[in-house]
Design a protein around this ligand. Structure first.
Ligand code: C2O
Ligand code: CU
Length: 477
């Protein structure tokens, strides 16, 4: 085994950062090895520490923002003993993991909210390796913004050989002039426009730090956008990263389009980044999504020595996860149309069964609709008929139509889907995703096999848009 392979092996065998119990990793009779952790949600007065500022209070998993990175091997079973010590009810959603319906963490739909002082045991198998995350799904525009999110990494059986495996949880915070978190959640203006964009960007809950690298090093970078609304478009000055997975699912290794890795809220990308700079050099990693507000996130700073002098072979594709391949011939096709928001067409939608014009919708705290229906909320919105139904084992093709002037990362629960086409043009990689970013006025075609029975959420992951009605359900029966 080369040093490089050994590192990959050790990374795969490493124990979780927090919460490993004695029984962890032991085989259960007749089942997958069980990986058990404790997860406690509670407020922490000094969770976010920014240099030169007073500490910022947040709601946390385990006292830190982000919460502990949960790591478990593919094929194992995860049990999370969750305790809510927040002053509000909550639930935990396992974003992108194909879990059974009862474990999906959607309040009122898959479970009762966990009250303050209450517990819930989440337990599910981990069929797919990849980069996932977990977050609150109750009042998420408030609770995720307050800090309730963390990475969940399911380790491949044969991880690619890399020198370092790094995770960047990209977030932003809206802090007031007093330095505290602005508690005006779900402001009507944010809801009807791009969502709550913050004024302080963090990586792993800290101001972005320069990353020391050595020439010849091969990094795996797991990028996770946990922000409520901010879209990131990262550009690696002087480097040629390859995308090897999207939303946790392997993809043919490829250079990102226009050299930019674009991540809407909820989305992930795994990159293989070879440090090809000269010793002593420094290169910016820029975020250019909002052209008039482009900035350098951080810099890659080269040490004086090299790690290796020879270029490594191109990375091969990661082993595919056991997803059901859509069969398009004869598949049912449904249109899912998203409308609303400012600067769009005059919009009317049905809320709680009543047709309403935009002004009345805004007065009711809504701004968006899915197939003409503004979702009232988890508490009472499930009276709305599902947007579509699919028989178990059948392929469904969805034409997602963004009839708005805004970007929307559309997330489906319980399933990953292939992205087939954008505005009628086939995609280059037919990538698997659980969240697809739609540009204004764009049409995106996706397909998946409904193989996970239940009534599942489909929503925009700009959390203010979700709260503002951009949410629906679909049933696999
Ligand atoms: Cu990441 Cu329905 O959520
Ligand atoms: Cu949206």
């Amino acid at each position: 085994m080369s040093a490089l392979q050994r590192r990959g092996f050790l990374a795969a065998a490493a124990l979780p950062a927090l919460g490993a119990l004695p029984g962890c990793g032991t085989a259960r009779p007749g089942g997958a090895p069980l990986h058990e952790i404790e997860l406690v949600a509670y407020p922490e007065a000094a969770a976010l520490r920014l240099p030169g500022r007073a500490p910022v209070a947040a709601w946390t998993y385990g006292g830190t923002v982000p919460g502990p990175a949960i790591r478990a091997p593919q094929g194992s079973r995860l049990r999370v003993n969750f305790l809510n010590r927040l002053p509000a009810p909550t639930t935990v959603h396992w974003h992108g993991l194909r879990v059974p319906h009862a474990m999906d963490g959607v309040p009122h739909l898959t479970q009762a909210p966990v009250p303050p002082g209450g517990r819930f045991v989440y337990e599910f198998d981990l069929p797919d390796a990849g980069t996932f995350w977990y977050h609150s799904h109750l009042q998420s525009a408030e609770q995720v913004e307050r800090g309730l999110h963390g990475a969940l990494i399911v380790q491949e059986r044969q991880p690619p050989a890399v020198d370092r495996d790094l995770t960047w949880l990209l977030d932003d915070w809206r802090l007031g002039a007093d330095g505290r978190l602005d508690e005006g959640f779900n402001r009507p203006h944010d809801m009807a426009h791009a969502g709550r964009i913050g004024n302080v960007v963090t990586v792993n809950g800290r101001l972005p730090q320069d990353l020391a690298v050595r020439r010849g090093e091969r990094l795996r970078l797991r990028l996770v956008n946990v922000a409520n609304a901010r879209i990131f478009s990262l550009q690696f000055d002087g480097h040629a990263p390859l995308v090897v997975a999207l939303d946790g699912q392997p993809v043919t290794p490829h250079a990102p389009a226009q050299g930019r890795v674009v991540l809407g809220p909820g989305m992930r990308a795994d990159l293989i980044l070879d440090a090809t700079g000269e010793p002593g050099a420094s290169h910016a990693v820029g975020d250019v999504f909002y052209p008039r507000a482009a900035y350098d996130l951080l810099r890659l700073v080269y040490g004086a020595d090299s790690l290796r002098g020879v270029a490594l072979p191109a990375p091969s594709m990661l082993a595919a996860n056991p997803l059901s391949e859509p069969v398009l011939a004869g598949a049912q096709l449904h249109q899912v149309r998203f409308e609303g928001g400012m600067m769009g067409r005059l919009h009317t939608a049905t809320l709680d069964g009543k047709p309403m014009a935009m002004a009345a919708l805004l007065r009711s705290g809504k701004a968006w609709s899915v197939n003409g229906v503004a979702a009232a909320g988890h508490e009472h919105g499930h009276g709305d008929a599902p947007a579509f139904e699919v028989a178990r084992g059948q392929t469904v093709r969805l034409r997602l139509v963004n009839a708005t002037r805004w970007h929307h990362p559309i997330h489906l629960h319980g399933h990953s889907f292939r992205v087939l086409a954008r505005n009628g043009q086939p995609t280059a990689h037919r990538e698997w995703r659980d969240t697809v970013l739609m540009a204004p006025e764009e049409e995106v075609e996706i397909a998946f096999v409904g193989d996970n029975p239940g009534l599942w959420m489909l929503h925009c992951h700009v959390l203010e848009h979700q709260q503002g009605g951009m949410m629906a359900s679909f049933r696999v029966r």
